[in-house]
Design a protein around this ligand. Sequence first.
Ligand code: ZN
Length: 235
Amino acid sequence: MNLSTNAALVLFSGGQDSTTCLAWALQRYAHVETLGFDYGQRHAIELSVRPKILETLRTLAPDWSTRLGEDHVLDLSVLGQISETALTRDSEITMQVDGLPNTFVPGRNLLFLTLAAALAYRRGISVLVGGMCETDYSGYPDCRDETLRALQSALRLGMNTSLSLETPLMWLDKAATWQLADQLGGESLIEVIRHETHTCYLGERGQLHDWGYGCGHCPACELRAKGYASYRASD
Ligand code: ZN
């Protein structure tokens, strides 16, 4: 099957990382589509901020408006049925005995990327873009480069395509992710990320901090706030 190498499908959750990845893809590919998953996540607010972000990104650059194509949302509620984690159940975020936080949803990224690859195949798209990162992360093994290289090989073999899996944030820390957004879209993109994107695990959007909305205490908020402070300090 011949897929277009000038088109990308971005895993877009509505968070800081995936919004930065989306801007990255809009700079590089002639046609960009987006994909979100509804898996009963506790921070389902992520899903609700997506349309507004897409709408705003279209206004940031004339190219981005023509390049940004269809948005897809897949129902993955089955993930909530099979996993007992702090992201899908109303329980406190803690560290497990295996050293992973209980926000880890086993197999989540493997499922996401496999479904994304199937959708990309149907849409004639050969590039998948995801915000996985092993620099400033929670230790999730399915965010590691080695896992994703192996998955790319499996997907290529299993679908008989030249599909490629791009992870522009893999070696960046959170400060560098803010920096990348700055390079891609300047202060206006930074403002979109601050105001429109959602990262907080608890789904908290009451108070606007300089780094955006969130509870300020969960691991996701802490990483985002720390990264923003060090990005501004080096600015
Ligand atoms: Zn939070």
